[in-house]
Design a protein around this ligand. Structure first.
Ligand code: GN1
Ligand code: MG
Length: 389
């Protein structure tokens, strides 16, 4: 299927003009006239729109997001997390950097009554952020420098949230990175085979079954008290960090829906999944999917530069395994969604979730082939740093 077909499938999505974005803007008290609105970004879950307002002093852009309430069953708790997290990050920035604080953390636009979400006539929940200008996201890693910057930004994010005051954040999706329970969901999907697709995915199913013994390793270490719970992002794909178009610096971490208590390794693992191969998440030519050591080393360097101050030896020792596990886990989730008939991740073509799954599993293989060298890289980079832990 070519791009046009993919776009045609994508066009089944509601476009900006099919929502009453003027009403959303006025609910958030946006000043001026809406002159442009378009879909924005490549997320698989929420609906995101960039809107431009013209007013007396010029133009201002905002982002409206319609929260997927099937995926997020407690959107009020979710928004409370984001309000606290962005507030805390902002207070850290005020202590440490002097310039452009408004570009370094997402800024929620409050309604007149102070609330940070709006429920519209269709019972949809919306939020609005200031648009982060002069920055972009990348769906494919292009260079070690980009991997470094992304990892550095996600590491700083974890570091700056380490002292978030209580209470504990809400679990926006319980058991989100519980790989054994993701495996159980896959087994249920295989058993039911509602879309009659299990035969088509026999090789992929076999691949997962072969990995079953190691799926619980990080959670077991956590339960044994070897790895602490911290505040983590949980969706650290490369395109969830905005990169400054002039300085190429990782300027702002976005997509905060799954910021909640977790293991730092979930985050590092998803960085490995999305930033060590020069290929798309849904690449069909699997010969393109390959874990590139220079990208991995850049990732380790960037991440340890900011997160190295608080990570424990055990966390550092599991970084390579986490890359493999989280890549496998997201592949399991794509496979499960394929088997149940594509109900969770937005798809843009036939067998999209199976393609995504296959690319993840190829990357798992590539990591497995290179894991000894990857461990040496982590050891070497870590040994260059002074350790307190
Ligand atoms: C989803 O929304 P988006 O595209 O950033 C998913 C992540 C997956 C990712 C795979 C809430 O993230 O967990 O890793 O797709 N988010 C949720 O690309 O399930
Ligand atoms: Mg997301």
């Amino acid at each position: 299927m070519g791009r046009d077909d993919e776009n045609a499938q994508g066009a089944r999505l509601k476009s900006a003009s099919q929502f009453d974005l003027v009403a959303i803007g006025s609910a958030f008290g946006l000043k001026g006239d809406l002159i442009h609105a378009e879909r924005h970004g490549t997320g698989h879950i929420n609906d995101t729109f960039a809107v431009t307002y013209v007013h007396g002093e010029g133009m201002t852009r905002y982002v409206h997001q319609r929260i997927n309430r099937e995926v997020f069953s407690d959107p009020v708790g979710l928004m409370d997390n984001i309000r606290r997290v962005t507030g805390h990050l902002r207070s850290k920035l005020l202590e440490t950097v002097s310039s452009e604080i408004e570009r370094r953390v997402l800024t929620l636009v409050p309604k007149q009554d102070g609330s940070v979400y709006h429920i519209d006539a269709e019972d949809d929940m919306w939020r609005t952020y200031d648009f982060v200008e002069r920055a972009q996201t990348h769906d494919i890693v292009r260079s070690p420098a980009l991997a470094f910057e992304a990892a550095k930004a996600f590491g700083a994010f974890q570091r700056d949230l380490a002292d978030l005051p209580p209470p504990r954040l809400n679990d926006t999706i319980p058991a989100f990175h519980d790989t054994p329970s993701r495996f159980a969901a896959l087994q249920a999907a295989i058993g039911e085979d509602t879309a009659n697709r299990a035969a088509r995915a026999a090789a992929e199913i076999e691949f997962v079954v072969g990995h079953e013994p190691s799926l619980g390793r990080l959670l077991d270490l956590h339960r044994a008290g070897e790895i602490p719970e911290r505040v983590t992002h949980n969706d650290t794909k490369l395109n969830n960090v905005m990169i400054d178009v002039e300085t190429a610096e990782g300027v702002c971490v976005i997509d905060l829906d799954t910021v909640m208590p977790g293991l730092t390794l979930f985050d590092f693992g998803d960085m490995v999944r999305t930033s060590t191969s020069f290929s798309m998440e849904d690449e069909r030519d699997l010969s393109q999917v390959h874990m590139q050591m220079p990208l991995f080393e850049a990732l380790v360097r960037g991440y340890l530069q900011t997160a190295g101050s608080f990570l424990s030896r055990v966390e550092i020792g599991e970084m390579v395994f986490a890359g493999k596990l989280i890549t496998l886990e997201i592949g399991i989730r794509f496979l499960t969604d394929y088997l149940v008939g594509d109900t969770y991740f937005r798809i843009h073509r036939e067998e999209h979730n199976l393609d995504r799954c296959r690319a993840q599993f190829r990357l798992v293989e590539s990591i497995t082939e290179q894991q000894e060298s990857m461990l040496k890289v982590v050891e070497r980079v870590a040994s260059e740093r002074p350790w307190q832990h």
